[in-house]
Design a protein around this ligand. Structure first.
Ligand code: MG
Ligand code: ZN
Length: 377
């Protein structure tokens, strides 16, 4: 009789396990999160679905750096408001650990500000850096330091950068600091917060003073396309590593290949692939750094896919389709909701395999660092 009761109890307990609980237990079951990294580098290819990643394998002259990752996962990117996310909700999930509505910048579904990963990691003494090819106030970088009800409140977002926990940043967006509708000058504000601001060029050598902060605003809005901006992304990422690597407590760096998404929106395969290959080269810079500094965890992922991009054959729907000739094509000028790959290498890498929701990435990073999410006071 007793055995029957136990079996019955187990049956009921198992059948009550909902999908939600399974998602949670996925996170809670990471009893062994592996080694603890000192540095975490999160690289986001905006709009970089699996076909965008695949293009690096077919259009890269040298071997792509994606071969170098031992751990791969998949994330589901839907936001709290839409099956198909935008970049603001996607980055809010990564930076703040919660799904919010499309257009949200570091706020929850009631527009209440959330604590971001920069706030949490800076209490551990880690330096925080951002390197992007969009403007620094754009939807992907913004949730790492700012809170706004709508993503296009660029001047509001800019005004939150000087006093944030960011100590190194590079990207475009100068006009949101010095040509504002309110006539305020937030370059002065950055300087008042101990930033050295450069609006003309990246430095050649990384001769940085860790007691200062550094900001590069190198275009009025977004940076030029990969073909015109040259080695900006690799140089800025290397400069960030030179500066942040001096912090004995370690660092968190977010690097965004922002314009992979823009090529997708334009349905412009050359633009998209140029951005993907530039991002790939930058992954190489980051993995080379991690090889020399093995206490570094590298994670590469995307916020969503853009363009419904695919690498089918030329004339594939005709009898004379040539399976040796790829003709990239698009199914939308917007985003899609296909699952997005996550690549990880370094201490704690095994925590990033599997299939999970985009906001779990935040919790997985805190898990490997043995940290808890915090409530906003
Ligand atoms: Mg972006
Ligand atoms: Zn987009």
């Amino acid at each position: 009789m007793r055995i029957i009761k136990v079996v019955l109890f187990l049956f009921i307990a198992l059948s009550c396990t909902t999908k939600q609980e399974q998602v949670q237990s996925n996170t809670l079951s990471n009893a062994s999160v592996g080694e603890k990294p000192k540095n975490v580098i999160l690289m986001i290819g905006d709009g970089m679905g699996l076909s965008q990643v695949s293009s690096a394998f077919y259009y890269q002259k040298d071997s792509t750096n994606f071969w170098r990752f031992p751990v791969i996962g998949l994330i589901r990117t839907s936001s709290a408001s839409h099956k198909i996310t935008d970049s603001a909700a996607g980055a809010t999930a990564f930076a703040n650990g919660q799904k919010s509505y499309n257009s949200a910048i570091g706020v929850d579904t009631d527009t209440i500000p959330l604590t971001n990963i920069s706030d949490i990691l800076s209490t551990e003494g880690k330096d925080i850096g951002l390197v992007v090819t969009s403007s620094i106030v754009h939807a992907t970088p913004a949730p790492f330091y700012a809170h706004a009800a709508r993503r296009y409140q660029y001047e509001n977002i800019a005004s939150q950068l000087p006093g944030s926990h960011i100590s190194f940043f590079a990207g475009g967006g100068l006009k949101f600091f010095n040509k504002r509708t309110d006539k305020l000058d937030y370059i002065d504000s950055l300087v008042a917060y101990n930033f050295e601001v450069d609006t003309t060029s990246m430095p050649d050598g990384g001769d940085y003073d860790i007691n200062k902060k550094y900001g590069y605003l190198l275009a009025p809005d977004g940076m030029p396309k990969a073909k015109e901006r040259g080695d900006y992304l690799t140089n800025a990422t290397q400069a960030a590593l030179d500066y942040l690597g001096r912090d004995p407590d370690g660092f968190f760096l977010m690097v965004e290949g922002s314009q992979i998404d823009w090529g997708g929106h334009e349905n412009n395969a050359d633009y998209l692939i140029g951005e993907e290959l530039d991002f790939d080269k930058t992954i190489g810079v980051v993995l080379d750094y991690a090889q020399k500094h093995p206490e570094t965890l590298v994670i590469v992922t995307a916020d969503h896919e853009t363009g419904g991009f695919t690498l089918a054959a030329d004339h594939a729907n005709k009898m004379d389709g040539d399976y040796n000739r790829i003709a990239p094509s698009f199914s939308t000028s917007g985003h899609s909701t296909t699952l997005i790959p996550v690549f990880a290498k370094g201490p704690g890498q095994d925590n990033f395999g599997g299939i999970y929701e985009n906001n779990q990435l935040f919790h997985k990073i805190l898990d490997v660092l043995r940290l808890e999410p915090q409530k906003k006071e």
